[in-house]
Design a protein around this ligand. Structure first.
Ligand SMILES: Cc1cc2nc3c(=O)[nH]c(=O)nc-3n(C[C@H](O)[C@H](O)[C@H](O)COP(=O)(O)O)c2cc1C
Length: 287
C-alpha cells in the first residue's frame, strides 16, 4: 500500500511489483480489527484502504530502478471511477499493466462486480477502449460450471491479457468459542478467506479457466500458495505465474525468495527443465 512496502517488494525476489487495489479517492478502509491470522490461513475485511490512485501513479517512476514490471491494481467504486483511474494512469510509462479488481468482497454496500455478468460485460467493454496497456482482471471464485462458462465467454470477447484467480473466498465467518465473538470487527465478523482453506477452490478456478479461455490469456494463480510445491500445483493446472496474499501478509517479502528456491528445487527433483513441460499438464484418473 505504501511506497515503503512497494520499495521492499522491489528489493525482494518477487518478479513483479503489484500495488494495493486503488480507488479514486484515498480510503481508510473498514474499522479494526479487520485482519486475523487463522490456523490454516486468514480472514480479512480490509475495505480497500489505499492512498488514492494518484499516489500509485506518482510511485511509478520511483520504482523504475528495480527493473521489474509495476502493475497497478484498480478497484474503482463505479464504472466512471474505473474509467477515470485507468485513463489517467495510462499515460504513465513506468506502469506495465493494470489488474482490474472485479472481486473485492469487503466493501460495505458494494456487491462484487464479478458475480454480475451483465455489469462485467459493460465494465470490460468500456474499460478496454481507453487503454493501450495490458489489462487483466482479478476474479472472484466461481463454484458452478455454468458460471465459469458464462464468465469465460465474456472474457474471450475482450482483449484482456491475463486473469488472476482467485480473490478471497468471500464472506466467511471465523469465531472464537471461548469469547463467543467473531475475530474481526467489520460486517459482524464476515470476511474474505485466504490461505489453505481456499487452495482447492483456487486450483479449480485456474484449471477451469485454463480449459475455457483463449490461449493468449495468461492465468495468474492465487489462493493458498505458501510453498514451492503449492506453486507447482498451480502450474500443473495451467497458471503462468503465482500471486501471494496471506503468506506475504504473514511472512513479509522474505516469502518470495523461499518460494522461488523451493519451486526450483521441486522442478529439479521432478527432472523438469522448462515450465512448458508441466504447464497445464494435470493428469486425471481414467482407470
Ligand atoms: C490483507 C489482505 C489484503 C488484500 N488486498 C487485496 C487487494 O487490495 N486487492 C485484491 O485484488 N486482492 C486483495 N487480497 C486478496 C489476495 O490478493 C488473494 O487473492 C487472496 O487472499 C487469496 O490468496 P492467498 O490465499 O494467498 O491469501 C487481499 C488479501 C489479504 C489477506
Amino acid at each position: 500500500m505504501t511506497i515503503d512496502e512497494l520499495t521492499s517488494l522491489g528489493e525482494s525476489q518477487s518478479s513483479v511489483i503489484l500495488s494495493k487495489s486503488c480507488t479514486l479517492l484515498p480510503r481508510e478502509g473498514n474499522p479494526e480489527p479487520r485482519y486475523c491470522d487463522l490456523p490454516h490461513g486468514s480472514i480479512n475485511s480490509m475495505g480497500l484502504p489505499n492512498l488514492g490512485y494518484q499516489k500509485y501513479g506518482e510511485f511509478a517512476p520511483l520504482l523504475k530502478k528495480y527493473n521489474k514490471p509495476y502493475f497497478v491494481s484498480v478497484s474503482g467504486l463505479s464504472l466512471a471511477d474505473n474509467i477515470k483511474i485507468i485513463s489517467d494512469l495510462s499515460d504513465i510509462q513506468e506502469i506495465a499493466a493494470f489488474e482490474l479488481n472485479l472481486s473485492c468482497p469487503n466493501v460495505i454496500g458494494k456487491p462484487q462486480v464479478g458475480y454480475d455478468f451483465n455489469q462485467t460485460r459493460q465494465v470490460l467493454g468500456e474499460v478496454m477502449r481507453i487503454t493501450k496497456k495490458p489489462l487483466g482482471v482479478k476474479l472472484p471464485p466461481y463454484f458452478d460450471f455454468a458460471h465459469f462458462e458464462e464468465m469465460a465467454k465474456i472474457l474471450n470477447n475482450h482483449k484482456i491479457s491475463f486473469v488472476s484467480c482467485i480473490n478471497s473466498l468471500g464472506n466467511g465467518l471465523f469465531i472464537d468459542a471461548d469469547s463467543e465473538k467473531a475475530v474481526i470487527k467489520p460486517k459482524g465478523g464476515f470476511g474474505g478467506l485466504g490461505g489453505e482453506y481456499v487452495k482447492p477452490t483456487a486450483l479449480a478456478n485456474v484449471r477451469k479457466f485454463y480449459e475455457l479461455l483463449r490461449k493468449d490469456i495468461a492465468i495468474i494463480g492465487v489462493g493458498g500458495i505458501a510453498t514451492g510445491r503449492d506453486a507447482f500445483e498451480f502450474l500443473l493446472c495451467g497458471a503462468s505465474a503465482a500471486q501471494v496474499g496471506t503468506a506475504y501478509q504473514q511472512q513479509g517479502t522474505a516469502v518470495f525468495a523461499r518460494l522461488e528456491k523451493e519451486f526450483a528445487a521441486f522442478l529439479e527433483k521432478k527432472g523438469c527443465h522448462s515450465l512448458d513441460e508441466v504447464k497445464g499438464k494435470l493428469k486425471t484418473i481414467n482407470n
